[in-house]
Design a protein around this ligand. Structure first.
Ligand SMILES: Nc1ncnc2c1ncn2[C@@H]1O[C@H](COP(=O)(O)OP(=O)(O)OP(=O)(O)O)[C@@H](O)[C@H]1O
Ligand SMILES: [Mg+2]
Length: 312
């Protein structure tokens, strides 16, 4: 794959708070790059810097080898931006909204009409094209937001958490259409805090937290680092009997995390210690209600890197 964008030592502060701390990454052509991170990680700020909506404090953003500032108009035309907050005209119809955004990119006449039709078809909104946006569901607005961003056929689509708070049907539709965009040769930069989405669509993943990239790679390569670990989730009736220290005393135990009545224990694979964990609990009067076991997930990668869960 060819390199399309390069981000070097990118920095941004708000007041005296640095929220993007000198990050480096690349965007390859025709890939889906997921930026995964919890609330406040700096995802939207990074996106705003990349789209030149915000001014960077330091570093470089290159598109096809050139700093984006060298030909900002051309660069912006090659972008399709789906913002985190829906940006639509509620009083206008779906097609009028798309027509408006396409016009911003300089398309007119027959070309513009075709772009509008294609974007409506692509997002499954053809039968609602004449309806005002204010009559749309949240999921439909999200889809229309995407239609407005892709109608001019950009080279790079940048989507900032486009599936937050929508129904499963719209979410699936969006995830499928993103994969379709890649098939058509577009690059997609996709921010999210949903692990499940990253599992499904990502070619490459950047894990961002507190303005720093903690890890980068394919989901397979990220999971490699924890391939020798297993996680037990043990639900007890009333937690309190056993201290973390006692679990750590069991061979193979690497991490213990308690959340209410659920105890999560990360342990080395190949060390058959579940019976000892169970004995420890029952010897201390705990009643076990449920046990599940899981090996190498992105959630575990994240936990290992940050010491906390994504949805804490
Ligand atoms: N305009 C601003 N002025 C001051 N602080 C800001 C501004 N925009 C963002 N921040 C702060 O910068 C940090 C990163 O915010 P950002 O919106 O980039 O995070 P995010 O990863 O997109 O989070 P979320 O998942 O909630 O959208 C946060 O601490 C936020 O409060
Ligand atoms: Mg954000």
């Amino acid at each position: 794959m060819e390199q399309l964008m390069e981000i070097r030592n990118l920095r941004k502060s708000f007041g005296d708070k640095e929220v993007v701390k000198g990050i480096n990454f690349q965007v390859m052509s025709g890939e889906i790059l997921c930026i995964l991170g919890p609330n406040g990680a700096g995802k939207s700020t990074t996106i705003h810097l990349m789209t030149a909506a915000l001014r960077k404090d330091g570093g470089e953003i290159r598109y096809k080898g050139q700093p984006i500032g060298d030909n900002l108009r051309r660069y912006k035309r090659s972008l399709g931006i789906v913002p985190q907050d829906i940006a639509l005209y509620e009083e206008l119809s779906a097609e009028a909204n798309i027509r408006f955004f396409v016009s911003l990119y300089g398309l007119s006449g027959e070309k513009r009409n075709r772009a509008v039709d294609e974007a409506l078809a692509f997002t499954g909104l053809e039968d609602r094209r004449k309806d005002k946006v204010k009559t749309f569901s949240g999921g439909m607005k999200r889809r229309l937001n995407i239609a407005c961003a892709i109608a001019h056929r950009p080279e790079i689509i940048i989507m900032d958490e486009p599936t937050v708070g929508i129904d499963p049907q719209s979410r699936n539709h969006i995830l499928r259409s993103i994969q379709e965009l890649r098939k058509n040769g577009m690059s997609v930069i996709y921010t999210t805090h949903y692990m499940e989405e990253v599992e499904v669509i990502s070619d490459r993943i950047i894990i961002l937290d507190h303005g720093v990239i903690l890890a980068e790679g394919t989901k397979e390569s990220l999971k490699e680092a924890i391939a020798n670990e297993r996680r037990y989730r043990i639900e007890v009736e009333e937690n309190g009997g056993v201290s973390d220290k006692d679990f750590f005393a069991i061979e193979g135990v690497r991490n213990v995390k308690t959340d209410g009545n659920t105890i999560e224990i990360t342990s080395l694979k190949g060390v058959e210690n579940l019976d000892r964990i169970i004995s420890l609990l029952s010897d201390n009067g705990e009643r076990i209600v449920n046990i599940t076991s899981e090996s190498a997930s992105l959630e575990m990668v994240f936990l290992k890197l940050t010491g906390r869960k994504l949805r804490d």
